[in-house]
Design a protein around this ligand. Sequence first.
Ligand code: ZN
Length: 246
Amino acid sequence: MDSRLTELIKKSKRVVFFGGAGVSTESGIPDFRSENGLYQIQSKYGHSPEEMLSHTFFMNHTETFYDYYKSNMLYLEVQPNKAHYALAKLEEQGKLKAIVTQNIDGLHQLAGSKKVFELHGSVLRNFCTRCHTLYCRDYIIKPQICNNEEHADSKIPRCIKCGGVIKPDVVLYEEPLDEEVLEGAVDVISNADLLIVGGTSLVVYPAASLINYFKGGNMVLINKAETPYDYRADLVIHDAIGEVLG
Ligand code: ZN
């Protein structure tokens, strides 16, 4: 680990990590906003990922949404990487108070992290839009079991109990963030004495506005590319997050 970063962590008591897509790309989950991904998806579906991951699209084209979602948003074989494990260890040591993430893959918890604020939800949780019964990720993937004649040929995951459409517990475009999660994130960031921001370009809402709540001593930015907030950080490391934290 970078010696300056090690030094900052040593003298801090309430470290908070704020992470974005870059944390997961090293586990093999591509950023769907990357050029390559965008082009392929656009030509296959005739819609951009942003459009298909919107609330309106989910409501109006649920089958196409699930076709895209199942083949592009669910990564079944991925494992946490060095960054996830390093953060879990810091929490275990009592240094790290919480992780605030924009990722929806659940890899922090898989690595052992306990306090994780998932701003955009998680693909591991799904719920019936009618009766709110919860479903795991596997239920979304496996061929639909549905006794309801009306939905027998549906490619849309439906609730066993009531036949209602199941929705992933992820925040789609046009949807507000969960207030409780957002308040929790603001609270831990406001009370941190060291904020490590990693794997995010800080251009997507609400990333930039959230780090404005930080009033503590030191902010560290770890990102491969420059961000608009580099000038505000006490330490900037332009490198892969797994390498830096590992
Ligand atoms: Zn239901």
